[in-house]
Design a protein around this ligand. Structure first.
Ligand code: ZN
Length: 317
């Protein structure tokens, strides 16, 4: 049986300031903070998750914000651009919204689609594109109603050192299909209706350096634990040196670095973010894995205070 991922599960990035990150993703992009937890390997650093109202796979971006973190360089060997899908007809709304927040954007066209490209306040490169697919978001916040709200990922642009080999692992191991090629960009498609269009670009890109303002890894969806474990074994057999299966509390994870230098993860759809708190109040309380619970007080004192807030931009707040 051939494995076919339905697309992106989540994207994880490094940034510097935590409140700036909250204001951008919850305030400007109007995503829901679906989980506030810590880096399980470094409990003085938050791990913040944003997505749609459920934190559904295909909508989740996660951050490790660390004040004074060394700045990275976006470039080859990284997921270069994270692309969000918005409802058809909502591009004018978003252009006006970004302008009102003093966020400059650039118009781009790829494979006949119109994109706007901009930097978030932490230095990550993002794009918005109108798409038909995906469920409308039910999360309305800070001036964004469901009719305009981000539905989840449209896809990503991968900056690869060796695009042919990156294409190869995505098509032969993860089941994506090549659907186009133009101006040195290869377009692949996964089987789902969200987070499914992946562009691979190699030309005109400097070498990437990890750090704040860059994506750390991109995770691909596995629908259940059985499929996930099979894939771990298949990757091992094919010589990609995957890690063992790791319990990440809200999904299981396997990591491997593909030949183009980009860190890939395979993540399971279950159990999801309502595993340890009610869906209605997800993201409000600092959630700790049970082995850290005894140290809750000390951990809370180490973390900078953050809040999801209605916000109109730096010059207007
Ligand atoms: Zn991950």
């Amino acid at each position: 049986m051939m494995f076919r991922t339905s697309g992106i599960h989540h994207v994880t990035a490094f940034v510097d300031d935590a409140q700036k990150n909250v204001d951008f993703y919850a305030g400007v992009l109007a995503l829901r903070m679906v989980k506030k937890t810590i880096n399980f390997d470094a409990p003085d650093v938050y791990h913040l998750y944003y997505g749609n109202e459920d934190g559904a796979p295909g909508t989740i971006i996660t951050f490790f914000p660390q004040q004074n973190a060394r700045r990275g360089v976006i470039g080859a060997g990284q997921t270069g651009v994270t692309v969000y899908a918005i409802p058809v007809g909502s591009l004018p709304f978003w252009k006006e919204r970004l302008t009102s927040f003093d966020i400059p954007f650039e118009n781009k066209t790829r494979f006949g689609e119109q994109y706007i490209r901009f930097f978030d306040k932490g230095g990550l490169l993002l794009e918005l594109v109108e798409r038909d697919g995906g469920q409308p978001s039910q999360w309305a916040f800070n001036g964004v109603q469901s009719e305009h709200a981000i539905k989840g990922f449209g896809g990503a642009v991968l900056f690869s050192h060796v695009p042919d080999k990156t294409t190869d692992v995505l098509t032969t191991m993860l089941g994506l299909e090549k659907v186009g090629e133009e101006d040195g960009i290869i377009r692949l498609q996964a089987s789902g209706d969200i987070g499914q269009l992946i562009d691979i670009q190699s030309t005109g890109i400097q070498r990437g350096i990890g750090g704040a303002g860059t994506v750390h890894h991109i995770a691909w969806r596995a629908k259940d634990y059985v499929e996930h474990e099979q894939m771990q074994q298949e990757l091992q057999k094919a010589g990609y040196h995957p890690t063992q299966v790791i319990d990440r509390q809200y999904f299981n994870a396997v990591y491997f670095r593909e030949p183009g230098g980009i860190l890939f993860e395979l993540a399971t759809d279950p159990p999801g973010f309502a595993r340890d708190e009610p869906q209605e109040s997800m993201g409000q309380k600092l959630m700790l894995p049970e082995w850290y619970e005894p140290q809750r007080e000390q951990i809370e004192q180490l973390l900078p205070p953050i809040q999801v807030r209605e916000w109109k931009g730096e010059s207007k707040s």
